[in-house]
Design a protein. Structure first.
Length: 225
């Protein structure tokens, strides 16, 4: 049985969303979560409320909680917010980092690469998020860190909903380049690379409103007969 903890449900659901193991729209049953983690439903409710404050879970009156879905308009707003926050964070990280911080970032990138290489996509995505969390930690600004912690899992939800088919989410090469420019102490290069990195993530998404279709006639309308 999993050890009891008031934050256990929050931590595991948060991580599952970050790893894209829980798809947008997935029902989060209080009863099931209480049974799985051997905690009271009151603890589950508090965890779901905390996750809803981070906008990764939606609480529906009389219907229960679900993993949040993000509209295209909301997705664009979230990416805009991430650019603002990541710009400030990377600037601070360039000034505040230590040799130990750089080593931690390199280790995360190496683990991330190993996960994607062996096909462990979920762990690779989690480590990608941890890389950005570590930079936020290095920045040493608690307000930015708190806001950033809600934006990263929201980005995972966006990717789960809108990632173009056949496109790889691997980004460890860009992460390694970010470590190098942080180490070099170049604020301008670090900001430029971070903005390009976020651009590349957004470019892999279908945010133009052209959603997939379940209509066979529409899907195969251009097939020659």
């Amino acid at each position: 049985m999993v050890a009891k903890s008031k934050d256990l449900v929050y931590e595991h659901v948060y991580e599952a969303i970050l790893e894209q193991k829980l798809a947008p729209g997935t029902r989060l049953s209080e009863e099931s979560l209480a049974e799985i983690f051997d905690v009271s439903r009151a603890i589950v409710r508090r965890s779901l409320l905390k996750l809803s404050h981070q906008q990764v879970v939606q609480l529906r009156p009389n219907k229960g909680a679900i993993v949040a879905s993000v509209s295209i308009a909301q997705s664009k707003q979230i990416f805009f917010a991430r650019r603002v926050v990541e710009r400030a964070i990377i600037e601070l990280a360039v000034h505040n980092h230590t040799a130990a911080d750089l080593q931690s970032l390199i280790e995360i990138v190496e683990q991330e690469k190993a996960c994607f290489t062996r096909g462990d996509r979920s762990s690779g995505i989690r480590l990608s998020g941890e890389f950005h969390f570590k930079i936020a930690e290095i920045a040493a600004n608690s307000q930015l860190k708190s806001f950033h912690r809600s934006l990263v899992p929201q980005t995972s939800l966006i990717i789960a909903q809108y990632e173009k088919r056949g496109i790889s989410h691997c980004s460890y090469d860009e992460h390694l380049q970010l470590v190098k420019v942080i180490a070099a102490g170049s604020v301008d290069k670090a900001v430029q690379l971070m903005m390009c990195h976020l651009d590349h993530i957004e470019d892999k998404l279908n945010l133009d409103g052209l959603a997939s279709s379940e209509d066979l006639h529409q899907v195969f309308s251009k097939v020659k007969r």
